[in-house]
Ligand binder design. Sequence first.
Ligand code: RB5
Length: 150
Amino acid sequence: MRIGIGNDHAAVEMKCAIRSFLEELGHEVVDYGVGEGEKCDYPVMGERVGQAVADGEVESAVLICGTGVGISIAANKVNGVRAAVCSDVTTAHLVKEHNNANILAFGARIVGTEKAKDMVWAYLEAEFMGGRHAGRVAMLSEIEQRQRKA
Ligand code: RB5
């Protein structure tokens, strides 16, 4: 899978660990994030990676900042993005099964590297269940449509 990854300055080390992990799993990784010594405001990174997902440049993405919150809020401003902040493996699995989340976000200051890898694995292994969940995900798109008109 072609997966995007993005981070701000609070998550450089974690980004590198997760990028290597994704590559070890055989994924093609597009790194939109910043490196050591670079600063980046999380809204900029969230929008950049969110847009890449919405445009189909990458199939899905992982976003990491200090808490995972700011960067996911920014990504969720992009139409078509469903970014989910997670701090446990079960949630990381369920956000794909139920919400069809197209971005997994987490905080480098909140979870350790091993848990982050487990969450990424759980998220990527899970499949959207469709069925009753598809209607609810469609309702999320309807909110976007209404907000665009407002
Ligand atoms: C940056 O210091 C920090 O505010 C950011 O990484 C993130 O935690 C915001 O939600």
